[in-house]
Design a protein around this ligand. Structure first.
Ligand SMILES: *[C@@H]1O[C@H](CO)[C@@H](O)[C@H](O)[C@H]1NC(C)=O
Ligand SMILES: *[C@@H]1O[C@H](CO)[C@@H](O)[C@H](O)[C@H]1NC(C)=O
Ligand SMILES: *[C@@H]1O[C@H](CO)[C@@H](O)[C@H](O)[C@H]1NC(C)=O
Ligand SMILES: *[C@@H]1O[C@H](CO)[C@@H](O)[C@H](O)[C@H]1NC(C)=O
Ligand SMILES: *[C@@H]1O[C@H](CO)[C@@H](O)[C@H](O)[C@H]1NC(C)=O
Ligand SMILES: *[C@@H]1O[C@H](CO)[C@@H](O)[C@H](O)[C@H]1NC(C)=O
Ligand SMILES: *[C@@H]1O[C@H](CO)[C@@H](O)[C@H](O)[C@H]1NC(C)=O
Ligand SMILES: *[C@@H]1O[C@H](CO)[C@@H](O)[C@H](O)[C@H]1NC(C)=O
Length: 493
């Protein structure tokens, strides 16, 4: 009966009831949201009580200088002063995300880095971001003193002109080998050296060689990977020379000269009793030989760590990479190449092989490396910039003279990096991911191109490696930043 009556009301009354209900709902909603907005801590958009402190007077000085330099070069471009505005906190919109949970997928990535970088020393890590956000949050769950420290994504930012760069040259650094010595090989357009990576929301402290040498006093800093890691290792040697009083007290332990042919070097810095070493390992896993039928053929043992690993073991800082050799050409297109146990896979996808190899590497690290002694880094892949062909089919980059506009993203984030991130996130040991792919992607101008050799061969260009001084110095600056951040927790002497 009830049901029937409600259906038999006249249309006009029915309409009235509906409108009154809707009106009340709207009024209630308005009151409710006003109340919520008033009582909640401010979200994005409104003016914020942002105090940002810069702990490193030197880097601030440098930043100011570089902005002046930037203005001078670019005339009307005020974008670099925008960076300064943001870091001095005189901004109406918050440059930082204060709510990690709202970042979605990205927050997971950040967590990887945070936990990795901190290794129990989250405080130092955050402090090094030089960023403190005060107020705006009355909840006492945050860090002591109502101060909430904010992570900073180093991989987002831009290249800015900084006349105080480069940090060394081909005279002050005797270790730049022919392949990276662009100036020595005759490159005269050298603007590419004057750029510095500036993260969007924070500062990287200027590389202080003395401080870095102090950090690694009595220790082994070891780079393991392909020739791009040799590139970075050489950059590190050169950067460190800036803190050395007597260059004669820096030498290769066995008197070796750096050449492309050799893959093992250990440079001693006598005054600091430390070594800066490089071990070539193209895949991080074992390059082997397998018998297929009657033939012995090259294979890659994706289930076995590189035989050179015994030399990595005692290191205090390890910097890994692998990427460039995982191409069709070098891995025989995955046909009869990847081996596990006695089995050589007739065909295996490179990404899958890469994943299994990294997992082999990760197990080795977790089993053999003591996280209380050793700090581990993995550098993301460095992009190549061949246009009009591949490295062996006339690809070139000689005509690039400037970084490309940071709003223009040419390539997708490589799948290999996703595999690396995924692998690291599952490891027991903390690993810091040096996320240099995107920032390097903006720099087609910084490759040796035709200046990778003393005798210029215009037909062959190197658009994979990097001139020194140059982009790898900025990678090392990131490394320096992360190392400084957890000195106390990871280097208990
Ligand atoms: C900003 O913070 C300072 C110190 O933390 C405080 O004295 C001031 O009242 C705050 N201002 C606003 C608008 O919240
Ligand atoms: C850049 O800033 C200067 C003052 O610092 C101002 O005079 C100039 O108009 C600005 N240029 C642009 C394009 O905003
Ligand atoms: C922030 O900017 C306003 C105007 O844009 C200026 O009056 C004020 O002095 C600035 N404050 C600081 C701390 O730079
Ligand atoms: C690394 O940087 C790329 C590009 O900026 C980004 O897409 C990716 O999420 C970053 N990875 C991590 C772990 O931060
Ligand atoms: C936060 O904690 C301090 C001291 O523990 C206390 O005095 C203050 O009232 C608390 N603030 C809030 C908003 O709970
Ligand atoms: C350094 O570069 C200059 C060109 O600027 C070149 O003449 C010189 O030979 C180079 N020195 C070394 C040691 O490569
Ligand atoms: C570099 O670090 C050393 C040792 O910490 C310090 O004495 C020196 O002033 C620093 N140099 C610069 C330019 O900041
Ligand atoms: C970069 O590209 C954006 C969008 O195309 C443009 O607005 C900006 O002026 C460019 N900046 C430079 C420095 O070329």
């Amino acid at each position: 009966m009830e049901k029937q009556r409600s259906f038999s009301v006249k249309p006009i009354r029915f309409f009235l009831v509906i409108s009154v209900t809707i009106s009340f709902s709207v009024i209630f909603l308005i009151f409710f949201s006003t109340w919520v907005i008033k009582t909640s801590p401010p979200l994005y958009g409104g003016p914020h009580n942002l105090t940002v402190q810069t702990f490193n007077p030197t880097s601030e000085y440098v930043l100011k200088n570089s902005i002046l330099a930037g203005r001078r070069r670019f005339g009307g471009d005020n974008s670099s002063s925008q960076i300064f505005t943001e870091i001095t906190g005189n901004s109406t919109s918050p440059p930082f995300s204060t709510d990690k949970s709202s970042v979605g997928d990205e927050s997971e990535d950040t967590d990887v880095i945070t936990s990795a970088a901190s290794g129990g020393g989250a405080e130092e890590f955050h402090e090094l971001n030089n960023v403190i956000v005060k107020g705006g949050n009355n909840n006492n769950n945050t860090v002591v003193g109502n101060v909430k420290k904010v992570d900073c994504d180093m991989s987002k930012g831009k290249w800015i002109i900084d006349e105080s760069y480069p940090l060394y040259n081909n005279f002050s650094c005797p270790f730049i080998d022919e392949g990276f010595n662009c100036v020595g090989n005759g490159r005269f357009n050298n603007d590419y050296m004057n750029w510095r990576w500036q993260p969007q929301h924070c500062q990287i402290p200027r590389f202080n060689a003395t401080k870095m040498l102090e950090l690694i006093r009595g220790k082994r800093l070891v780079f393991v990977g392909d020739s791009i890691n040799r590139n970075q290792w050489e950059s590190m040697l050169c950067l460190l020379m800036g803190g050395v009083k007597d260059p004669k007290k820096v030498y290769e332990a066995r008197g070796r000269k750096i050449t492309k042919e050799r893959g093992t070097y250990s440079f001693k810095f006598e005054d600091y009793r430390c070594t800066v070493e490089y071990y070539v390992s193209h895949f991080l896993v074992h390059e082997s030989k397998a018998r297929i039928g009657k033939k012995r053929t090259q294979s890659l043992r994706i289930d076995t760590i590189d035989k050179g690993s015994s030399r990595w073991r005692g290191a205090d800082i390890l910097v890994f990479n692998t990427a460039h050799w995982w191409n069709h050409h070098k891995t025989k297109a995955g046909i009869n190449y990847y081996q596990e146990g006695d089995q050589v896979h007739p065909k295996l996808d490179a990404t899958e092989a890469f994943r299994r190899s990294l997992s082999t590497w990760a197990s080795w690290i977790d089993k053999n490396i003591n996280p209380h002694k050793t700090r581990i880094f993995f550098r993301s892949s460095a992009p190549s910039h061949f246009s009009g062909g591949l490295w062996n089919t006339g690809g070139h980059c000689k005509e690039a003279f400037r970084p490309i506009n940071e709003t223009f993203t040419s390539t997708d984030y490589p799948e290999k990096n996703l595999v690396i991130e995924e692998t690291i996130s599952k490891m027991r040991n903390p690993v810091t991911f040096l996320n240099i792919t995107r920032l390097s992607d903006y720099r087609p101008d910084a490759h040796p191109s035709i200046y990778g050799r003393k005798t210029i061969n215009p037909g062959v260009q190197d658009c994979s490696h990097w001139c020194l001084p140059g982009v790898p110095d900025n990678w090392n600056q990131l490394l320096y930043y992360y190392l400084q951040s957890s000195t106390k927790s990871n280097f208990v002497d």
